[in-house]
Design a protein around this ligand. Structure first.
Ligand code: PLP
Length: 437
């Protein structure tokens, strides 16, 4: 299997499955069930749950269980096998001991963290940031993104996302009435192991995908899962398209601190005219190896941050206070400690160890220039499928692997197999695609 063929051959079994189950069918089934004495599904679900894979188990839910074999190495979900820096966890301990840091924080985020964000990012945005109107602390990047969708999407508004993409975009968009529009990143290479920079947008294809309902475009750089760090000329073309079609740009830059091989991370918000239409998304989880803390932040113009504040206030009211203090300490001290430069080098070293290992066993991959993912080509299911299924179903009867695997696309199968047979779990690429993966 070559990388391009991954794109061409895989189908959307899951989307089709959910689309065919309409609200009306559900109601009549419910009536029938009640008459038969089955009261397990009395109340019809909201129709928004029927779109965007919302009812399907997400990658995390599947692969936490899939990781159950005790000696399995989980390379799938941002489970670092090292803790956040001690000076950051110390700040969390300290915060827990004070009374105010255990109270609700302001829905905008705690002042100390907003101030730290201002001080840390102003230089990289080439502007001063107003902590009242241009910075918003959220419960992880994910919730921040969800809140932007809530604040800006009308029913049927189209959101352009480049495939493959971070899996949460899809249900977050459809929950908010949006319609995902997929534009593939193409691996333009004949060689075995492309770099992430070999994955390109076809800008004509992008233009053709834009309709009068297009409202937003999600740009993820450094990219999950390709590892692509978008170049200036690519960002300029995207910026021109955003201007031409009046699109809100969601710049998902949660991996901006993980850029390798001397590449430069460029913020699209800094390109001429782009500040006013761009919201940039950050994650303390990625920055400080603390994904379970659920702290993130958004930076953008008041016209985007203020409506998003209204949405986030309804969704979570506010983000947990003590860990905001710790994230603030992280940003306050990072520069002086040279923290991000060291961490970046450590991740690059780990990447290189893995790539050399894949070279040795002959697995093909895309060499990432950023983020902490490696896109790998493998296929195991043909030789191992049946014994694996039987084994897993016997070991974890409460978890219906058979149903999950049969309802997903082929790479799920491969990954479940490799987790069990080889003891390394990863994420199937079909979970990070829309239609063409
Ligand atoms: C591209 C991308 N955006 C956003 C997120 C969500 O980050 P957080 O854990 O802060 O919600 C992730 C997490 O994996 C991601 O990969």
């Amino acid at each position: 299997m070559t990388l391009p063929s991954v794109f061409r051959t895989r189908l959307t079994h899951l989307t089709a499955f959910f689309r065919s189950t309409g609200q009306r069918a559900m109601s009549s089934t419910t009536v029938q069930k009640t008459m038969n004495g089955d009261r397990s599904n009395l109340i019809p679900l909201s129709s928004r749950l029927r779109e965007g894979r919302a009812l399907a188990l997400d990658v995390w839910s599947i692969y936490n269980a899939a990781n159950l074999p005790a000696d399995c190495i989980n390379l799938g979900q941002g489970y670092m096998n090292f803790p956040p820096p001690k000076w950051v966890t110390d700040a969390a301990d300290e915060a827990l001991k004070t009374t105010p840091a255990n109270h609700y924080s302001h829905p905008k985020g705690r002042i100390r963290l907003r101030q730290a964000i201002k001080n840390f990012y102003e230089a990289s945005f080439n502007r001063s940031l107003d902590i009242e109107t241009e910075i918003l602390v959220t419960s992880g990047a994910n919730e921040g993104q969800y809140s932007v969708f809530t604040a800006f999407l009308e029913q049927g508004d189209e959101v352009i996302m480049f495939e493959p993409f971070f899996d949460q975009y899809l249900p977050s968009v459809t929950f908010n009435g949006g319609k995902p529009v997929y534009v593939p990143l193409h691996p333009h290479t004949e060689g075995d192991n492309p770099t992430s920079n070999d994955w390109k947008i076809d800008f004509d294809e992008l233009r053709r995908a834009i309709t009068p309902r297009a409202k937003m475009i999600i740009l993820n750089t450094p990219h999950n899962p390709v590892g692509k760090v978008f170049r200036k000329d690519e960002l300029e073309q995207l910026a021109a398209i955003a201007e031409e079609f009046n699109l809100l740009v969601m710049a998902d830059e949660v991996y901006d601190c993980l850029v390798y091989d001397g590449q430069e991370h460029i913020r699209i918000a800094n390109l001429p005219g782009m500040w006013d239409r761009t919201v940039t998304v950050f994650s303390a989880g990625k920055a400080f190896a603390a994904t379970g803390w659920r702290i993130g932040w958004l930076v953008g113009p008041p016209s985007i941050i203020q409506p998003t504040l209204a949405a986030t206030t309804r969704i979570v009211f506010c983000t947990n206070s003590p860990l905001q203090e710790a994230a603030a300490a992280g940003l306050e001290e990072a520069q002086e400690r040279g923290f991000f430069a060291v961490q970046n080098q450590e991740y690059q070293d780990r990447r290189d160890v893995l790539l050399r290992a894949f070279d040795q066993i002959g697995l093909k991959y895309t060499q990432p220039e950023g983020s902490y993912f490696i896109l790998l080509v493998h296929r195991f299911q043909k030789m191992l499928r049946l014994p694996t299924l039987t084994h897993w179903c016997r070991m974890y009867p409460e978890f219906n692997f058979q149903k999950i695997i049969l309802s997903r696309r082929v790479s799920t199968d491969e990954v479940v197999t490799s987790t069990n047979e080889i003891g390394v779990s990863s994420i199937p690429v079909s979970e990070v695609g829309g239609v063409s993966i």
